[in-house]
Write a protein that binds this ligand. Structure first.
Ligand SMILES: Nc1ncnc2c1ncn2[C@@H]1O[C@H](COP(=O)(O)OP(=O)(O)OP(=O)(O)O)[C@@H](O)[C@H]1O
Ligand SMILES: O=C(O)C1=C[C@@H](O)[C@@H](O)[C@H](O)C1
Ligand SMILES: [Mg+2]
Length: 192
C-alpha cells in the first residue's frame, strides 16, 4: 500500500465515458489506502434514480447542478479517490474543486471507447444512432478541458486497469514535485 504517496491529497479521475475512471479508481483507492467515490453513483443514490432517468425526468442542466453539488461535498474530505462523470470538466466552477487534489486524465481513443461501451445502454448522451460519432464529437469538444489535468495518461489498447493504475502511481511523485515547483515559482513572482 502506498498510503503516504499523496499525503492525504485527493485524486480526481477525469476523462470520457468508458475511459475507465470507475474501474481504475477502485484499484487506485485500494493501492493508496483511500476511500473510493464515484460522482455518478453518489448522484444516483441521492436522487434515487439512474443517471438515464435523471436526464429524462429532470434534464441535463439539473444533472449538472447535482454533479457540481456532489463534487463540492466530496472535496471537503481528504484521502479520497474520486471517479468523476465524463462531463465534470464542462463547468468552470468544478475546476476550483478538482484543483483541491491531483487531477488525472485517462485518455482513451474513440475506437477503444466505442468498443468498451458497445453493449452499455446506461449512458444517455450515447443513446440513439451512431454512438461512435457522438463519442467523437464529445471528445472533440472536451479534449482541451481534459488536457488541463495535472497528469495525462494515454491508455494503450491492451493495457489492463491494473497496469493503468500502476502507471499512475509510479508517476505521482514527479507530478507532485512539478506542481510544488510551479506553485513556489508563482508565489515568488507574486512577492516580486
Ligand atoms: N483498461 C481497460 N481495459 C479494458 N477494459 C476496460 C479498461 N478500463 C475499463 N474497462 C471497461 O470499460 C468499461 C467502462 O469502464 P468504466 O465504467 O470504468 O468507465 P468510466 O470512465 O467510469 O465511464 P463513465 O464516465 O460513463 O462513468 C467497463 O466495462 C470496464 O470494465
Ligand atoms: O460524459 C458525460 O457527459 C457523462 C458521463 C457519465 O459519466 C455520466 O455522468 C453521464 O452519463 C454524462
Ligand atoms: Mg464511471
Amino acid at each position: 500500500m502506498s498510503s503516504n504517496l499523496l499525503q492525504g491529497l485527493n485524486l480526481y479521475l477525469i476523462g470520457m465515458m468508458g475511459s475507465g475512471k470507475s474501474t481504475v479508481g477502485k484499484i487506485l483507492a485500494t493501492q493508496l489506502g483511500y476511500h473510493f467515490f464515484d460522482t455518478d453513483a453518489v448522484i444516483e443514490q441521492a436522487a434515487e434514480q439512474s443517471i438515464a432517468d435523471i436526464f429524462t425526468n429532470l434534464g441535463e442542466p439539473t444533472f449538472r447542478e447535482l454533479e457540481s453539488q456532489v463534487l463540492a461535498e466530496l472535496s471537503a474530505y481528504t484521502k479520497l479517490v474520486i471517479a468523476t462523470g465524463g462531463g465534470i470538466v464542462l463547468q468552470q466552477m468544478n475546476w476550483s474543486y478538482l484543483r483541491h487534489g491531483l487531477i488525472v486524465w485517462l485518455d482513451v481513443g474513440v475506437d477503444q471507447l466505442s468498443q468498451r461501451l458497445s453493449h452499455d445502454r446506461t449512458r444517455p448522451l450515447l443513446a440513439g444512432d451512431n454512438p461512435r460519432q457522438k463519442l467523437t464529437d464529445l471528445l472533440h469538444q472536451r479534449q482541451s478541458l481534459y488536457a488541463q489535468a495535472d497528469l495525462h495518461i494515454h491508455v494503450e489498447d491492451q493495457e489492463s486497469p491494473t497496469q493503468v493504475a500502476d502507471r499512475i502511481l509510479s508517476q505521482i511523485p514527479s507530478v507532485l514535485k512539478a506542481t510544488i515547483a510551479s506553485s513556489e515559482q508563482a508565489s515568488q513572482s507574486w512577492k516580486n
